[in-house]
Write a protein that binds this ligand. Sequence first.
Ligand code: NAD
Length: 501
Amino acid sequence: MSTLRAALTDTPRMVSGFTGGEFVPMRGDPLPVFDPSTGAVIAHLHESDAAEVDNAVMSARRAFDNGPWRHATVEQRQRMLMRIHDALLEQVDELAELETINTGIPIRQTRGMHVPRAAYNFKFFAEYIGQAASELYTQEPGFLTMVMREPLGVCALIGPWNVPLGLTSMKLAAALAFGNACVVKPSELTPLTVARLFEILQKCDLPEGQVNLVNGRGQITGAALSEHPQIDMVSFTGGTETGATILSALARGIKGGAMELGGKSANIIFDDCAFDRALDAALLGVYANNGQMCLAGARVLVQRGIADRFVDAFTRRTAAIRVGDPLAPDTELGPMISAAQSKRIADYVAIGEAEGARLLTGGKRHPGFNAGNFVEPTAMLVADNAARLCQEEIFGPFATLQVFDTEDEVVQIANNSRFGLAGYVWTENLSRAHRVAGRMRTGTVWINTPMVRDLRSAFGGYKESGLGREGGRGCEAMYTEQKTVMVPLEERPIVALGAPS
Ligand code: NAD
């Protein structure tokens, strides 16, 4: 057993909130936090009630209204963001191990991607604000019209459990870069790395109250935060239903929210694709991050000419995926985050079979493990896109494969979804690739590549997959207010109401 896992299992960590520059003392009955690989309790989480959420929000409010950060120069903000970046980079190994123990995401992904990306988020926004410019219009004769961006205020940043540090750090880095104060709420299932981030932030000398942390369940802590009258916005990543609840709360205060929500993305594979690359990417698109990935290409749509060969190869490779301890370097699929999440796999197999889908492989709790939420990577062949299997987000290592004939037909299938987060297209025909990408009703389309992020580009969902965009300019829009200032360049006549004629 790893030393860190043994230590956490022996002596679970105490995790509490952070307000006004200090960690909040533990009290009351804590919530247990589990290691999904073993079922052991690895932390006790102090849940922030409405009064503590109020303290955190008001601390951020005071920091924003009276503190120095919103007036800090670009260079001061850049220096601070780079200090956080450097401090995170020094802790990559420990943070990756902690993330893997708490989430079950294989270490090769947390160490290789999530944690370095968390550090990079701060560097990216440090660089971005160094190049950001305002708008100036000169078309109105005799006037200069400037449109400037100002910090928005107090940002509530609510994150999910599937990529806790990577996604929450993006929100935090962007909100800070644009001059805001923040209250962060991670998922109650995976609070450990964000709590560690706050220990790191505490040593970085941010102004008091600039960053605050609350912990707890969605209906208690999350609701108290998103309904608080003194927040100015919510940046949320999580499920579509939760997003709708938060938007209703925001609507009452006429506030905005940035919503990164669920997905059920189509991966379209035409006959003329580079077969082996398309196969590798399709597997990665479904099973990376334990299949718990908003961007998963969970609906694999294959053109008839290669369908038998592709389905056969996909099934064999799925069955060969290495399921195991996520801390082992060669593990490809770790445990699901919770017992409830692992039960969904078997539940959806039953739903699929009742709808006429055929199980290709997997579908059960993995027989190789006595403890933990391990499931078999699963694939089903589906005939009808209206099936619940194709319409509902399962959020686990579960692929549906479906055969199509024509380009028009596959575009219709891909778009027949309440979600519109992402899509993938595989073809060697450049015109067709662009034609199909243009017709897909999704926020991102990847052509001939698995998922890659360029933080400068917009990321977000059409339809019920979200509102707003993350990325450089997207985050600038999300975390700032626009202000227009006009000034005449010469004395211009003013209509003199009430003056003697
Ligand atoms: P979730 O909606 O259950 O929870 C997300 C966060 O919201 C948690 O911190 C939770 O405590 C909080 N929350 C729950 N109810 C709340 C309420 N009433 N008020 C305020 N906060 C509340 O989502 P999850 O299960 O943690 O994450 C999985 C979902 O997230 C999937 O649907 C996935 O597609 C989505 N997701 C989307 C993206 C994206 O970028 N579009 C990225 C990752 C995950």
